[in-house]
Design a protein around this ligand. Structure first.
Ligand code: NAD
Length: 360
């Protein structure tokens, strides 16, 4: 089958890590007989340098016409790069916010998976790690507290500020459906996280999630209060499969979950809209401190490409093959410098990409 994939190399280490992910995708094509048609667009600093703006309308149109977008990361050194002398709406990050909005990407997925070979990097005790963990945080991305009405004013002579947390049932339903659909591709369990003992928005969240759950009898649903979830993530992370939650809770919990894996260069992510379309990118930034030095770990981007195969292209077998190839290369003791440990072989960005593609 033919699939159209838009590549956004971005800034800093972006072009290096996207290059390695493309190598892996090319290998998938070779092995499976599928054809991926690529088109490249500029975003962030790279677009500012060429077009004067962080994202053009043409780039948005090209991204929209694809089955999926695979991105590196954008941005430069915020203290020294001339991009950060521009007004905020012209800076690299403004392009990223705009493309997410234009493509209506309301569901953010961040897996937190502990590779047995990298257990030493996990800050949790071995008895807590147990057999490891493999969870996915599904965060609502376009509603809630970050998008509600806000103002700062003076009341009774006191400086006062107000933010509002609003969700309607449709916004909750569409993310819940995504959560259950994705749980079906995993271990059939959804933990919906809220603060229903206090917040009206959480009580509606819980009700709508329960209504959606009726259509997924094979998926187990549990509710958990957000404060308990923050605790359970470091007490027994192995209990989670899909964690489904609203914007702010997800923002905080996904950072907590990713930290317990211990390695930023390994963390993939995806942002999805109502269709199968998604934008896939590593969770880390553009690491300008190591750009162009063949030092960046390409695994987060390669694993993001695997998510793209699974969730946008429905190529589950091919996604498994990529994930297994990553496992195999780690088992063989190859490491980039960020995950290097004693007795292992240190390799650069390009060699890591080659080893993984050959292992497919
Ligand atoms: P960063 O994630 O780029 O880097 C933090 C540290 O982790 C650095 O020491 C870096 O060398 C290291 N690192 C990150 N990715 C790595 C990899 N794949 N392999 C090895 N080491 C890696 O965060 P930062 O330094 O705070 O931000 C740098 C730039 O990235 C900023 O302009 C920021 O705005 C941008 N940023 C972009 C995104 C995105 O594109 N979605 C996300 C976060 C930050």
């Amino acid at each position: 089958m033919e699939h159209k994939i838009v590549l956004i190399p971005g800034d800093g280490i972006g072009p290096e890590i996207v290059g390695e992910a493309k190598k892996v995708l090319d290998r998938v094509c070779e092995k499976s007989g599928h054809t991926f048609l690529y088109e490249e667009v500029l975003l962030g600093g790279a677009s500012i340098d060429v077009h004067g703006v962080p994202l053009t309308d043409e780039a948005v149109a090209v991204a929209r016409s694809a089955d999926a977008v695979l991105m590196g990361s954008i941005g430069g050194n915020t203290a020294t790069s001339p991009w950060y002398k521009l007004e905020p709406s012209k800076r690299p990050e403004a392009g990223l916010l705009r493309i997410r909005k234009e493509l209506n990407l309301f569901a953010n997925l961040r897996p937190a998976y502990l590779y047995s070979q990298l257990k030493d990097a996990c800050p949790l005790r071995p008895d807590i790690i147990g057999d490891g963990f493999d969870m996915l945080i599904m965060r609502e991305l376009t509603g809630g507290l970050y998008f509600g009405e806000r103002r700062t004013y003076e009341q009774d002579g006191l400086r006062t500020a107000m933010d509002t947390l609003v969700y309607n049932e449709e916004e909750i339903r569409r993310i819940a459906v995504k959560g259950f659909e994705i749980a079906k591709k995993r271990r059939n369990k959804v933990t919906s996280v809220d603060k229903a003992n206090v917040l009206d928005s959480s009580r509606l969240w819980r009700k709508v999630v329960e209504e959606v759950a009726v259509h997924y009898p094979d998926v187990e649903l549990e509710h958990m209060l957000v404060d308990n979830c923050a605790m359970q993530l470091v007490r027994d992370p192995g209990q989670f499969d899909v964690i489904l939650t609203e914007n702010m809770f997800g923002d905080i919990l996904s950072d907590e979950a990713s930290m317990v894996t211990g390695s930023i260069g390994m963390l993939s992510s995806a942002s999805l809209n109502e269709t199968k379309f998604g934008l896939y990118e590593p969770s880390h930034g553009s690491a300008p401190d190591i750009a162009g030095q063949d030092k960046a770990n390409p695994i987060a981007t390669i694993l993001s490409a695997a998510m793209m195969l699974r969730y946008s292209l429905d190529l589950d077998g091919e996604a498994d093959a990529v994930e297994q190839a990553v496992q195999r290369v780690l088992e063989q003791g190859y490491r980039t410098v960020d995950i290097m440990s004693e007795g292992c072989t240190c390799v650069g960005t390009r060699e890591m990409g080659e080893l993984i593609s050959k292992a497919i």
